[in-house]
Design a protein around this ligand. Structure first.
Ligand SMILES: *Cc1c(COP(=O)(O)O)cnc(C)c1O
Length: 382
């Protein structure tokens, strides 16, 4: 007789049905999902090779191309969070020994460094204080020094609230015969992005920030130049799950089984991208811009200082300096537990120094700014 593992009486009695508190998610992500996205997610799953599902995948691909402003045929959703899509860009582009130059101005630049090293990249970095970004001259100098095969930059550094300009960077990369890889996790859907015009070769994002979805299905794209490098590889992609040669056969012509897609998350992603198309991507960017400028004004009216210079601030994430003598963590905790609003704290160099306030996707609305400011007024010391 085998002994079954049981739970005791009191554990069983304490198991109430799922009961999640209502929160307004104004931190660095996740953001609240749009109600119709949640509705779409509640639909019965079909098979991952069902023609109806394959059609939905095609729609996801074309809607993603629109949202990113690219014509890349290889534009898909990776099953996993933004980090999985990040790893897909690295796994498919970095071959052992490749020089990978990473611009590090925050937490996510460091994650790229770690990942590229794990795939055998010869990783070099350029850095600036957190909250700043690189100009084209600084990037050119670094390209001359390192001659990389891949330049990786974070378009929207969620740890600092700074936006890296990408204009001219693609041309620079072509001049040096290098691929341009960018993190658009906190920019897709909220910050103007023109992947083709800017000459971006690899990009990734997530579903739970600018796209009004729960986490779990993450946009990923590769340009024809990046595909050529993949096809020239001497070694296999060192990650089976994320190998675009294999994934491409599921998303493309053959429709061969690779893994079971998280069906309901793809329903959600498709609905969120449909909402963006319905609003119009330019209108979506403008809405984020208008609401964040209102947020900045209201925060400054409270006497608070914003961490990033105005020109480089993100419309999706704002870093606010915690005033001298204020316990930043305690304020955030009070907002969450007593007022139902989540904001983020600082990471790395900015740990304990800033709050991070997100206005992403569905959450980028004036009424949310008003509610947050009203609550902040209550909890901040005079
Ligand atoms: C959130 C985030 C990621 C990681 O995405 P996950 O969905 O948490 O895996 C990567 N890069 C940036 C800039 C992010 O903000």
């Amino acid at each position: 007789m085998t002994q079954t593992i049981s739970i005791n009486q009191s554990q069983r009695q304490n198991l109430a049905p799922l009961n999640i508190p209502e929160r307004l998610l104004m931190g660095p992500g996740p953001a609240n999902s749009h109600p119709t996205v949640l509705q779409a997610m509640n639909t019965t799953p079909v098979g991952h090779l069902d023609p109806a599902f394959l059609e939905l995948m095609d729609e996801i691909q074309s809607l993603l191309r629109y949202t990113w402003q690219t014509e890349n045929p290889h534009t898909i959703a990776v099953s996993g969070t933004g980090t999985a899509a990040m790893e897909a860009t690295i796994a498919n582009s970095v071959e052992p020994g490749d020089v990978v130059l990473v611009g590090v101005v925050g937490y996510f630049g460091n994650r790229l460094v770690d990942m590229a090293g794990r795939y055998g990249g010869d990783v070099r970095t350029i850095t600036k204080p957190w909250g700043q970004v690189f100009n084209l001259d600084e990037l050119r100098t670094a390209m001359e020094t390192h001659r990389p095969a891949i330049l990786a930059l974070v378009h929207a550094e969620t740890s600092t609230g700074a936006r890296q300009s990408l204009e001219g960077v693609g041309d620079l990369c072509r001049e040096f015969d290098c691929l341009l890889l960018i993190d658009t996790v906190t920019s897709l859907g909220g910050v103007p992005l023109f992947l083709d015009e800017w000459g971006v070769d690899l990009a990734y994002s997530c579903s739970q920030k600018g796209l009004c979805c729960p986490p779990g299905a993450s946009p990923f794209t590769m340009s024809p130049r990046a595909m050529e490098k993949l096809q020239r590889r001497q070694t296999k992609v060192a990650n089976w799950y994320l190998d675009m040669n294999l994934l491409g056969k599921y998303w493309g012509g053959e429709r061969a089984y690779h893994h079971t897609a998280p069906i309901n998350l793809y329903y959600a992603l498709r609905e969120s991208l449909r909402l963006i198309a319905e609003e119009g991507i330019e209108n979506c960017w403008q809405r984020h811009r208008t609401n964040v400028e209102y947020l900045w004004q209201r925060l400054e009216d409270l006497g608070l200082t914003l961490h990033v210079e105005k020109e480089f601030r993100l419309p999706t994430l704002t870093t606010v300096r915690i005033p001298e003598g204020v316990d930043g963590k305690a304020i955030a905790k009070q907002l969450l537990l007593e007022r139902g609003i989540e904001i983020g704290g600082g990471l790395g160099e900015l740990g304990g120094k800033v709050w991070r306030i997100g206005l992403m996707g569905f959450n980028s609305r004036q009424e949310n700014v008003d509610r947050l400011i009203a609550e902040l007024q209550q909890v901040l010391p005079r």
